[in-house]
Each structure stands twice: as C-alpha cells, then as structure tokens.
Write a protein that binds this ligand. Structure first.
Ligand SMILES: [Zn+2]
Length: 291
C-alpha cells in the first residue's frame, strides 16, 4: 500500500506572520482587510478536486471572525485543529498564559466547528526544549498531539538536535509529531514546506519526500499558509528585506507546485496518518494502569 503523508495548513492571515510582527502590532490586525477566508476557500476547492483530506491548524482569532470558513473545513471532511488564539510565541508566555491561549482557541474552534479538537501547532514552531512545561499543559487542556517542533537550524525557530520522528515528551501521554526533515552530511534539511518549498526546485523536494517514504518508511508532514497561494495580497513595505524576500518569493508558482505535490503523493489528515501512535497509551500510563 502507498504510504500516506500528512497535509496541513496553518490558518492565519498575511498580516499575522511572525516575520511582520516587528512592524504590525497585534492591536492593528482588525484594521486589515481579511483575505484568509477567500484563500482557504481556494485551498478547499483544490483539496476537493484532488480528493485530499488535510489538517487545518486554525487561529482562534481567525475562527471567531470567519465561522463559515471553519464550518466548511469540517463539512469537507478535514481535521479542525488549533494554532492557538493570538499567535503569541510559546516561549514568550508563562505556563498560565499559554494555558489560557490554547484553552480559548480550542473552545472557540469546538463551539464553531461542532467537532472535538485534539491537535495543536505552536505559532512559528516556538515550542520545545525551552518550554518543557508546554506539553503537559496541552495534555491537561484536552489535546492529544502537537505538531510544533522543527529539528532544523533557522534564525527564527528550530532545534537542530530535537527528534526527527514522533515521540512522547517525558511524563505526558501527548505525542509530538515533528515537521519533516531530510538528513544529509550530519545536518537536517527542511522538507516540510513553507518558504523552503517555494525556494527549492520542486524536483528536489519530490526526491526528498520519496526517499523518506521509500527508504525510511516514514510519512512526511507538509504545511503551508493560505497567504502563500495569494500573489495579490497587499505588500507590507515597512518589513525588513529578509522578511519580504521570504514572504513574497515565488508566490505565483505556489498553486501549480501545490497541485503537483497533491498529485505526486498520497495525503491525509494528521489524525488519520498518525492514528495508531496518537491512540496508543504512553508506557508510563500503562504502568500506572497495571498497578
Ligand atoms: Zn502561524
């Protein structure tokens, strides 16, 4: 049987990305004309045409303003999951503020979507060794898995030495599903999407994912953002050159590449691809149960 990979979308608008945070205050978000609902609509059309189901990690802030979009995600058979409420980086919060953020997001999403929300992705992969308390908080708040770590070197995020494949953070029943990487010459290279997917030639990306599936016998986790298929979005001119380069690079090529990716591999929602590992109780829990 063909190995299925996991497709995911981080549902946020173009003015909410971390790279623009220095020039766009959170208090200014409501002043921008939203494009996220139209972009998600286009993504849902593409997924429907390709027969692909995916996981949508949605910001609570966005869900509140676009409930119809949230209901269509669910109605189309996709997994509704949480990207937190306000896109605050986890390592800038203390445990109680983090708890309030993930609780609020989950409540909003479940109320609007009418389904259980059990998956979480941290904004800008800001969860990991610096925030060892975060996994326990997620578990206590009803989450079953997190897909929030990216074991690469990057100036904004990443922990190059973190595990490459699913694991249970110590002392929790939660599962962490790291974003996909490609090991080469003692380093991990990103193979999960975002800006790298627009930067690298498609053939190279396809070869990397094929090798992961065939040689390592592992499913990959791919992610992208609704603004990445939207070349018509307003440009944020005050942002740094690096931020603008990363954000606007090859946007026009993205829809075509995405369609190829959807065709070239088998895809499903995260909770389906990793159903077995998410459902298996942690060894510590088994031991407790035996006593
Ligand atoms: Zn995000």
């Amino acid at each position: 049987m063909t190995l299925r990979n996991a497709m995911s979308v981080d549902v946020e608008d173009y003015f909410q990305v971390q790279a623009f945070a220095p020039v766009i205050a959170r208090s200014a978000w409501d002043g921008f004309t939203p494009r996220v609902d139209a972009n998600v609509g286009r993504i849902l059309d593409r997924f429907a045409a390709a027969g692909v189901r995916a996981t949508f990690f949605t910001l609570g802030w966005v869900a509140e303003r676009h409930p119809k979009m949230v209901r269509r995600i669910v109605a189309d058979g996709h997994e509704l999951a949480s990207h937190g409420y306000g896109h605050a980086l986890v390592h800038t919060l203390d445990a109680e503020d983090f708890r309030a953020d993930v609780r609020r997001a989950r409540q909003i999403l479940e109320d609007i979507g009418g389904v259980a929300v059990t998956g979480y992705r941290a904004p800008t992969f800001s969860l990991g060794a610096r925030t060892p308390w975060a996994f326990g908080v997620l578990e206590e708040e009803g989450y079953r898995y997190s897909s929030s770590t990216y074991p690469i070197r990057h100036d904004l995020y990443g922990e190059p030495d973190a595990p490459r494949f699913p694991y249970r953070p110590e002392g929790t029943a939660l599962v962490e599903l790291p974003l996909t990487t490609f090991p080469l010459g003692g380093r991990n290279f990103p193979l999960a999407g975002g800006g790298y997917f627009r930067l690298l030639p498609y053939q190279l990306f396809r070869a990397g994912l094929t090798r992961l599936n065939q040689r390592e016998r592992r499913p990959g986790i791919f992610y992208f953002h609704p603004w990445e298929i939207d070349p018509g979005q307003p440009h944020i001119r005050d942002a740094s050159r690096v931020a603008r380069f990363r954000h606007y690079l090859n946007l026009a090529a993205m829809p075509g590449r995405l369609d190829r990716l959807l065709r070239d591999f088998a895809w499903d929602r995260i909770d389906a691809v990793f159903a077995e590992i998410i459902a298996t109780p942690a060894p510590a829990r088994l031991a407790e149960a035996a006593v």
